[in-house]
Design a protein around this ligand. Structure first.
Ligand SMILES: C[S@@+](CC[C@H](N)C(=O)[O-])C[C@H]1O[C@@H](n2cnc3c(N)ncnc32)[C@H](O)[C@@H]1O
Length: 261
């Protein structure tokens, strides 16, 4: 065993997998049961009642319970205490992975490697050789590579702005973003194969689109969810600014949105 694991963590993992997927066992039940989330999240941060961040790691009371519960976990803070990476809420990850409809052998691109946990779930499902995962933060990419290595998976991980995709390994049959976007970046559409499925957080929802012709895709929102916003190099997310912004109206109905380009 190359990572701390015991009866409690193994049982908690099985329980989370069963609770998440419910009903009949699916390929995703197997993936969530097989991949030890604690290896990818050796430490996370929680705010106490004063708003101060406290870190929890293996052996701390509550650590394992949180790891194997349906919680998003903050895994990195910047020097002002603003979260810059997290392990997403497992039920939302599952919903997105189901929407992605990835099969063994599909070339898959993930934007937002973070801890590497989602890349591990994908690798378990489609094979690690066909998974490419990128993050803008070099430290995270390096740590994710180590986590993946620990569980014996070696997808291709790289540091870049996800908006650029990773052209060298295109075309992709499936693209999933686990970072909030304003729109689907042009290079991502260009690197997607005809018929490719793209699942991304846009605003407060997850959108699933299918590439209809080069540079064009259409689809709809599949579930509400919010992800931390895409960063540009060196620029932290401006949460305070967003909280103070005036609400605006939109005339676009949430279901059935389609667009081109
Ligand atoms: C919610 S976390 C991703 C969780 C990850 N999939 C996992 O399983 O742990 C969002 C990630 O997006 C990354 N990110 C932010 N801006 C980015 C950008 N422009 N390009 C690529 N990744 C970006 C952050 O560094 C962060 O690690």
């Amino acid at each position: 065993m190359t990572w701390p694991d015991n009866g409690a963590s193994a049982a908690a993992r099985q329980q989370m997998a069963a609770a998440l997927t419910g009903g009949p066992v699916s390929e995703w039940t197997e993936a969530f049961a097989a991949i030890p989330r604690h290896v990818f999240v050796p430490r996370f941060y929680q705010q106490d009642s004063t708003g101060a961040w406290q870190s929890l790691t293996w052996g701390d009371p509550g650590y394992l319970e949180s790891i194997y519960s349906d919680e998003a976990l903050t895994t990195q803070l910047d020097d002002k205490g603003v979260p810059t990476s997290s392990s997403s809420q497992p039920s939302v990850m599952l919903r997105m992975l189901e929407a992605l409809d990835a099969e063994e052998g599909h070339q898959v691109l993930e934007l937002g490697t973070g801890t590497g946990y989602n890349a591990a779930l994908l690798s378990h499902r489609v094979g690690d050789k066909v998974v490419t995962s990128v993050d803008i933060d070099y430290g995270l990419v390096k740590a994710a590579g180590n986590h993946l290595d620990t569980v014996g998976l070696r997808p291709f991980v790289a540091c870049t702005d996800g908006a650029q995709g990773w052209p060298d390994r295109a075309p992709y049959d499936r693209v999933i973003a686990t970072v909030g976007l304003h729109s689907i970046p042009g290079p991502i559409l260009d690197q997607a194969a005809p018929g490719a499925v793209i699942v991304v957080p846009l605003g407060y929802g997850i959108v699933r689109v299918t590439v209809t012709e080069p540079g064009h895709a259409s689809g709809r929102f599949v579930t509400p969810a919010y992800f931390m916003a895409r960063r540009s190099n060196g620029v932290a997310p401006r949460f305070a600014e967003v909280a103070q912004a005036e609400p605006t109206d939109t005339s676009v109905p949430p279901p059935g949105i389609s667009w081109t380009g």
